[in-house]
Design a protein around this ligand. Structure first.
Ligand code: ADE
Length: 274
């Protein structure tokens, strides 16, 4: 996979040289190219921003440097192995939520181009113009506002890179991830333990030492339900009841959840209110 990042803070992307992403680059599984937007700003001060039309606080990133930068990036891919329609990933708090599903979708594309913005964002015409040639995804990593899109790029690249074939040592590692598509898709992953079996008088749950795969799987599922009901009740509310067995339903009832008339689950207090 090829990844291009155009930014005014190339040094912010240094972490892409270490750990999982760094190793994937060294192995040639990932071709990451970071570009300085100011290389395409031609005035004395390499200006990349200007005041917003219509007034208001803050500055807006000018279209000309972005246009030249994106043209140069696209040209460098012509005729090459990344001669496929790239995805333009635009990090913005106004984007669609970044999810595991979107990470999987992006991991299946050969070429991603990221345009992390500073200030109030990029002149809209840039996104509109390149939207005619590229698949644009405006993506938010959460309901909070950061100072720029570079940290979201690090987040998105790491989530995508670990899904690429051969990047994680153990291909099974992402099967049980929270939010991974599959049997436990709607549940958060439960707690994990390693040696020693007793640490500061705290024992590892006995079932994990039993070697009984069926019991371990059930325990993990129960813990996933406990954690999900506590931390993400919205996931339980959305959960497809057809994926729940008798044991799950009993546990949910113990945790204060009941099946409502529409088949979905709700907390007892809520169900009574309705
Ligand atoms: N830029 C600033 N805040 C952001 C967020 N939450 N997600 C993506 N890009 C952003």
């Amino acid at each position: 996979m090829r990844i291009d990042v155009v930014t005014i803070f190339p040094e912010y992307l240094e972490p892409l040289n270490v750990s999982l992403v760094g190793k994937a680059r060294q192995r040639g599984q990932l071709d990451v190219r970071v570009h300085d937007l100011r290389d395409w700003a031609h005035d004395k001060h390499n200006t990349v921003d200007d005041t917003p039309y219509g007034g208001g606080p803050g500055m807006v990133m000018k279209p000309e440097p972005w246009g030249e930068a994106l043209d140069a990036v696209l040209e460098s891919g012509e005729g090459g192995e990344s001669d496929a329609r790239p995805v333009l990933v635009v990090p913005t708090p106004s984007g669609v939520p970044f999810t595991q599903e979107l990470a999987v979708e992006l991991s299946e594309r050969p070429w991603l181009i990221f345009t992390p913005a500073r200030y109030e964002g990029i002149d809209r015409r840039v996104i509109d113009a390149y939207g005619e040639r590229l698949d644009v995804r405006e993506v938010s990593i959460g309901d909070y506002v950061l100072a720029g899109g570079e940290a979201p790029v690090l987040v998105i690249v790491e989530a995508v890179a670990r899904l690429l074939p051969g990047v994680l040592g153990n291909a099974e590692s992402h099967r049980d991830d929270s939010f991974a598509p599959g049997a436990m898709a709607d549940l958060l992953e439960g707690p994990v333990y390693t040696k020693p079996p007793v640490w500061r008088d705290r024992e590892v749950p006995e079932v994990l030492l039993s070697g009984h795969h069926g019991k371990v799987a059930r325990w993990r599922r129960d813990e996933a339900f406990r954690r999900t009901t506590a931390n993400r009740p919205d996931l339980i509310e959305r959960c497809d009841p057809a994926t729940l067995d008798k044991h799950d339903r009993k546990l949910l009832a113990e945790l204060g959840w009941v099946e409502r008339a529409d088949g979905r689950f709700g907390r007892v207090a809520q169900a009574v209110e309705e």
